[in-house]
Design a protein around this ligand. Sequence first.
Ligand code: NDP
Length: 275
Amino acid sequence: MKNQSQYAVVGDPIAHSKSPLIHAQFAQQTGQNIAYDAFAITSENFNQFVNDFFNHGGAGLNITLPHKEVAFELASQNTSRATLAGAVNTLYVQAGRLCGENTDGPGLVRDLSVNNGIDLAGKSILMLGAGGAARGALAELVNASPAKLTLLNRTLAKAEAIKLAFRDVQEIHVSDYDNADQHESFDLIINATSLSLQGELPPLSANWVDGQTCCYDMMYDDSDTVFVRWAKQSGAALAVDGLGMLVEQAAESFAIWRGIRPETESVMRMIREGL
Ligand code: NDP
């Protein structure tokens, strides 16, 4: 179609991605003339693909596993948030330069605060996992002025690296799962491990949950994820999965590219019904 702007999501694997569907809905809703494809690209071919895509007039890319860190390295200009995250999920060209942003954190925070009414200021937050998603989320969570951030990860060195990267922004208390029982309850617990994908849980403690605690699983599914089930059984005030984050991070990318923020509620409903 004439004057159609080209966008795509790049990952490996990519077949499961809901991004083309979400962006097609955003485009229809806002009357934007875009095409949005999905490409399975190996790590070996990633840099070449990105260069070719933009050299041939491509307007923007979403980047997913396992390329977010490489995309950060590839961009010649990253936002401060993307720099703190050390990972990029959105690429675009501005004044001839390849720019990188990370919208995972804003997507999460918007889902927590706007869609689920959770006020993060002054709260005690526990993050489980120290991979790319946790890092992206923390890069935005720090802007919401939480009172305390705690990060638990199987590999302590990765959690320590995040603590170091954030040292000028906010203190993060890090640990592995040993002695997890010693922590008292949190206002918000976010599962950013990839274990839900296999129907498994990281080591958890019932001590972490009281009647005020909200639990958030970055993973989503057609029925409750194993972490959402654990949260409900443990008496959490709220237990939410990551579908809202998925749609909200996409809306943030769309807004960067097109200068218009789409409405997300109907898209979340549509994706939920299609699961
Ligand atoms: P990574 O592979 O970068 O990180 C995985 C994390 O899970 C690491 O902290 C890893 O610990 C931990 N983990 C894996 N296996 C185990 C185990 N057996 N025991 C304890 N911890 C374990 O993945 P991402 O950070 O990119 O993604 C994490 C999750 O977030 C995924 O489920 C993904 O689908 C979801 N996600 C959702 C988004 C959304 O929009 N809803 C957006 C982005 C991600 P270790 O460091 O020790 O290996």
